[in-house]
Every structure is written in C-alpha cells, then in structure tokens.
Design a protein around this ligand. Structure first.
Ligand SMILES: *[C@@H]1O[C@H](CO)[C@@H](O)[C@H](O)[C@H]1NC(C)=O
Length: 384
C-alpha cells in the first residue's frame, strides 16, 4: 500500500516534461516504500495472536474505533437506552409538541427494516407525534405499512404518492404537519416544531432544503426530508395526484422534483426554512460535509442546486437546525447523545420567545442576508 501510495503521488505531481525527475522520485518512492513495508512486515509477527484491547491502539489501521471503520456498521442490536435529566425544563417543547403536531413518515423497504428503519424508531422517530414506516411489506415489530408498490429507486415516486394517499385516508386528523424522511435522515423534531409554530397548517405551504432547478419556485431535496402543511397534503392528494395535467401519473421519476411540480401546480408555496440569521435548517448531507469547507468543492452539484446563498463553515447551519441526511445507524445514536444529553456544564440557554402566529396564507418575511463582516481595524502595538 505504501509503495503504491508513493508511486501514485510522484507520477501525479510531476508533469510529462520532467521524466528524469519522476524516474528519480519513482526509485526513491520504491526504496522508501520497500523499507516501510519491510518494517511493517518485521513488526507484525511480534504481535500476539490475540490481545483483548488490540483494537484500542491509536493509529492502528485495523483499529475498529477509528470512525471510518465504523461507517459501515449496522447499528446496535439492542436499544442503547435513555435516561432522564432531573433539572431539565421542557415545558416549552411540550407546548410545541401539542400545538404543532408532526406526523413523520419514513420511506423504507423490506431490506432496511432491521438495518436502518428500526434505528430511526429508537432515536429521533420517538419524538414525532406519530411515526409511520412506508414499505412494501408489513412488519409487526417495526409497524410498517405495505403499500401497493414495487421496490427500487425507480418506484419511489409511486411510493410517495401512495404514502400520502394512505396518510390522507387514515391520519389526516392526527397531525397538523406531515414530514417525509428517508431511513437515513436524522431530524430534530423540537426545532422543526419551532420553525413551523408561526405558520397555520391551513396555509398551503411546505418546507425543506430548497433546490433551484426543474420547478419554477424550487423544490425540496428528498434526502433532507420535507414537511407539508395539512392543507398542502389535501391539495396534493385530492387535486394534484388524480389530475394528469397537474401531476406525473406513472410511478417513475425523481420523487422530490415530481412532488415539487405537483405542489406548485396546486398553489402550494415552497417555504423558506432559514432562521433569522439566514442560516439553513434542512441539510442533504451529514453535518461534517456542511461545516468543513474543504469537503465540498465549487464544482460540486450542490452549489448549483441550492436555492439560497449558503455559507461554508459554521455559518452554514442554524443553531436550530432540523435535519441531516446520509446518517448511518450508529451516528443516529451519537447525534441523539450529543443533542439531547451532552451539555457543557454551566451554560444555560434561555429560549428565544415564541413568535406570533401568522394568519392563514401569511408567511414570515425572508431573513436579512448578513453583510460580510468588515475587517476590524488593527490597533498598533507600541513597543517601548
Ligand atoms: C420552565 O420554563 C418556563 C418557560 O419556558 C417557565 O415559565 C417555568 O416557570 C419553568 N419551570 C421551572 C420549574 O423552572
């Protein structure tokens, strides 16, 4: 591996003009790589056959506690449990739980019931007012619904329509808002209710991570999930789905762009989910990819798709962020711990007061885009 690494590097960095130099670096690379490989081979047999804590050695490529090696993990077999916090005051979030009720429906499939969906159920899904798993097979343990659809990427649009039809028929009175998420989406329900609180569920509106192409007013990325008002669900199911002029009738196509077109055609507004500092709340990737600037280069499709200007680094993301996508089962438990348990001792946040409620059809004014900070004038240090 080391030999290849050095080889690849020298060939890549030197242009075709400097053949001599690349030949020299190739030889140097081979020699260094060979020596390193020798050292590695020599040191390996000295390891005992079995050491109970071998996996904990730092810097070991086989360290199971290296986070990269855990990316493919299936998630814990048993529930990791929970505990109460005696001094926690959740009266405000309880109020929102009752006044901005959200039904969550999770797009899943039989292969993912155990591998992914059950981890949603044990973590953030518990905080939805109602949680429904939409699949093509019934699963008593998970509580999934068997929709009359085929599985596969090509049938997601059919599944989305069937899911909303099912919800409209069975659960429309059980919530004010209806959130669709994938089985690898993680959502902070308290923050979703805080964002939705001012809006009337009778307003035809929906929220999510807004993308620019395909639909005039934009549409919401499927992975970050999107939340429809009760009125939006009614219009989608009663008016849009049955009408071939308003909505794609067959089951193929990109589910998120297709629902975006249907909703636009029945007058449902693509809402602005940013906070008052113009920071986003719904995200199509894991937090790391939004926070760390180098992760996404400027050619990345995301920068062309994203509807609102978005900053990199800490300004990417609202302190009341709502959702992230591509979250592995293990990471769902990690996020649950970081968001709901770990606290820096002695820092207590007083919540911002709740906003006034809006009338039906009203929306909040867009947030004021922050101006780039002016470099502070440097004060001269006078040495005496
Ligand atoms: C909890 O917070 C609410 C405001 O959100 C406040 O009215 C109430 O008095 C607090 N309860 C306790 C026990 O501190």
């Amino acid at each position: 591996m080391t030999v290849n690494g050095l080889l690849g590097r020298s060939v890549l960095t030197e242009g075709p003009r400097s053949n001599r130099r690349s030949l020299i670096s190739l030889i140097v690379g081979l020699v260094v790589g060979f020596c390193l490989a020798e050292m590695f081979i020599m040191s390996s047999p000295s390891r005992p056959e079995y050491t109970p804590y071998a996996g904990h050695q730092h810097g070991d490529a086989n360290d199971a506690h290296n986070s990269h090696d855990m990316l493919g993990e299936e998630g814990p077999e048993a529930d990791v449990g929970s505990h109460q916090h005696a001094f926690e005051n959740n009266s405000l979030s309880t109020k929102l739980y009752n006044e901005a009720r959200v039904l969550c429906w999770i797009m899943t499939n039989p292969n993912n019931h155990k591998a992914k969906a059950r981890h949603v159920k044990r973590t953030w899904g518990r905080r939805c007012n109602k949680l429904v798993f939409m699949s093509s097979q019934k699963d008593e343990e998970l509580g999934s619904i068997a929709l009359p659809v085929q599985e596969g990427r090509n049938h997601l649009w059919a599944k989305t329509k069937e899911a909303f039809k099912y919800i409209h028929a069975h659960y429309l009175d059980e919530a004010d808002w209806f959130y669709k998420a994938d089985d690898d989406t993680y959502a902070v329900m308290e923050n979703m209710r805080y964002m939705l609180y001012p809006y009337s569920p009778e307003s035809p509106i929906y929220f999510g991570c807004k993308f620019k192409p395909y639909v005039k007013q934009g549409y919401m990325s499927g992975g970050a999930g999107y939340v429809l008002s009760k009125e939006a669900v009614r219009r989608f199911v009663e008016k849009a789905i049955p009408n071939k002029k308003l909505c794609k009738q067959d089951g193929t196509g990109a589910e998120d762009a297709e629902i975006g077109k249907c909703l636009e055609n029945v007058g449902v507004t693509a809402g602005d989910s940013r906070d008052q500092h113009a920071r986003g709340r719904f995200f199509p990737f894991v937090p790391e990819h939004h926070l760390i600037p180098s992760h996404v280069n400027s050619d990345f499709w995301y920068w062309k798709y994203i509807y609102y200007k978005t900053d990199e680094g800490l300004d990417c993301c609202s302190d009341t962020a709502i959702s992230f996508h591509y979250v592995t089962p293990n990471q769902m438990y990690v996020l649950d711990y970081l968001i709901y348990h770990l606290r820096p001792y002695g820092i207590i946040n007083a919540p911002e007061p709740l906003p006034e409620r809006l009338k039906v059809g009203e929306t909040l004014p867009p947030p004021v885009e922050p101006v780039d900070p002016v470099e502070p004038e440097r004060t001269e240090i006078i040495s005496t």
